[in-house]
Design a protein around this ligand. Structure first.
Ligand code: PHE
Length: 332
C-alpha cells in the first residue's frame, strides 16, 4: 500500500471545496470514503503487511478518514447555510413602502377664521356656547319673539325636518336660538359667543351657501347700552381685520332686538360690506327666559363666518369653501 496521508487529505480537501452542491459533495466524499474509494483501497493493502507496519498504517488510514469526514461535514454545513440564505433572499417580501413626501394637513380656512374669532372674543372675557343644529320652533322662532304669524318667519327660508307637527322641527336658520338656551341655563352677567352651522333653503351661488356658519354674540348685564354694542363690534373688527378697518351701524329690524341694526365694515375701495345684524336684546326675549328687563339689559349680534373668510382671503366665490379642492385649500 502506498498511502501518502498528506497528499490524500489535500486531494480530498480540494474535491470537497470544489463541490458546489449536496450531490457533488456526496460524489466527492464517495471517491475517498466509499466502498470503492481511496481509503477502502488502502485498507485492502493492510492484510499483506507485517503486523507492526499494519498497526501504524491502520492508524494513519483512520486519521485520514476522520480528517476527510470532518472536511465533508464542514462543507455540507456550509452548502446548507448557503442554500438557506438563497432561499430566504428569494422568498423575501418587502413590506416597506417608500413615501417620497409626508405632508401634514391644516385646518380649513373657515375653521381658522372661527378659532381666531373665538380668540378675539375670549380675550374680551367671553365664553363659547353651543346649541344643537336641529331646533324646535320655540328656540328658532317663538322665544326670539317671532310668533307663528310673523312675516319674519318667511324671510328665514327655513329647512324643516319631517318630525312631529308640521314646521315644528327645523335645521336652525341662525345661531340666535343659542341666546335662548344660554339665558335659560344661566343668570346674568352673560358674555357668550356661539359659533356654529346654520341652514337655509338658499341655492348655492357665488355669495350663498345653504349650509353656512354664523357666530352669535350675547351680552346681558346691568346697564348695557347700544354704546357697548358699537364699541364691542369695532373692537373685534379691528382685532380681526386690522386697525384701518372702520365699522358702522345702520338702522334695521329684527324681532328679537330693539333697536336693531346691521353692521358694516369698510373696504379698501371705500365701500361698505354688510357683515351681520345686531341690536339691544328685546325685553320680550329677556322675559321669555325669566330675566327681568327692568334690572338687566343686553345686546346681541350675529354674522356669517364664511363671508368673513371670503372677505379676509379675498375669494371670488364662497362655494370654494365647500368644493374641497385641495389645490384651493392648500393656499391658506
Ligand atoms: N340672527 C340674525 C340673522 O341670522 C342676526 C342677528 C343676531 C340679529 C343677533 C340681531 C341680533 O339674520
Amino acid at each position: 500500500m502506498d498511502l501518502d496521508p498528506a497528499a490524500l487529505v489535500a486531494d480530498a480537501a480540494r474535491a470537497v471545496a470544489e463541490s458546489e452542491s449536496a450531490d457533488e459533495l456526496s460524489a466527492a466524499a464517495n471517491r475517498f470514503l466509499g466502498k470503492k474509494g481511496s481509503l477502502a483501497d488502502a485498507k485492502k493493502g493492510l492484510g499483506a503487511m507485517e503486523p507492526d507496519q499494519r498497526k501504524a498504517a491502520g492508524q494513519a488510514i483512520n486519521a485520514v478518514k476522520a480528517e476527510v469526514e470532518a472536511l465533508v461535514d464542514a462543507r455540507r454545513a456550509e452548502l446548507h447555510a448557503l442554500a438557506r440564505a438563497e432561499q430566504l433572499e428569494a422568498e423575501r417580501l418587502d413590506l416597506t413602502e417608500v413615501h417620497t413626501e409626508l405632508r401634514r394637513g391644516h385646518l380649513h380656512l373657515v375653521t381658522q377664521a372661527r378659532y381666531r374669532l373665538e380668540d378675539v372674543f375670549c380675550g374680551m372675557g367671553y365664553k363659547v356656547a353651543e346649541g344643537p343644529e336641529v331646533e324646535t320652533a320655540w328656540y328658532n322662532f317663538e322665544a326670539l319673539n317671532i310668533p307663528e304669524w310673523h312675516p319674519a318667519r318667511g324671510s328665514f327660508d327655513t329647512i324643516f325636518v319631517n318630525m312631529g307637527e308640521p314646521e315644528s322641527v327645523m335645521l336652525r336658520s341662525h345661531t340666535s336660538p343659542v341666546q335662548i338656551r344660554t339665558m335659560e341655563q344661566q343668570k346674568p352677567p352673560i358674555y357668550i359667543i356661539a359659533p356654529g352651522r346654520t341652514f337655509r333653503t338658499d341655492t348655492a351661488d357665488a355669495t350663498h351657501l345653504p349650509a353656512f356658519n354664523q357666530i352669535e354674540g350675547l351680552v346681558v348685564d346691568r346697564g348695557i347700552t347700544m354704546g357697548d354694542l358699537a364699541g364691542t363690534i369695532d373692537e373685534f373688527v379691528k382685532a380681526f381685520f386690522g386697525h384701518e378697518v372702520e365699522t358702522r351701524l345702520r338702522p334695521s329690524y329684527f324681532p328679537f332686538t330693539e333697536p336693531s341694526a346691521e353692521f358694516d365694515i369698510s373696504r379698501d375701495d371705500g365701500s361698505w360690506l354688510e357683515l351681520g345684524g345686531c341690536g339691544m336684546v328685546h325685553p320680550e326675549v329677556l322675559r321669555n327666559c325669566g330675566i327681568d328687563p327692568d334690572e338687566f339689559s343686553g345686546f346681541a349680534f350675529g354674522f356669517g363666518i364664511d363671508r368673513l373668510a371670503v372677505m379676509r382671503y379675498q375669494l371670488d366665490d364662497i362655494r370654494e369653501l365647500v368644493n374641497n379642492d385641495v389645490r384651493f385649500l392648500r393656499q391658506f
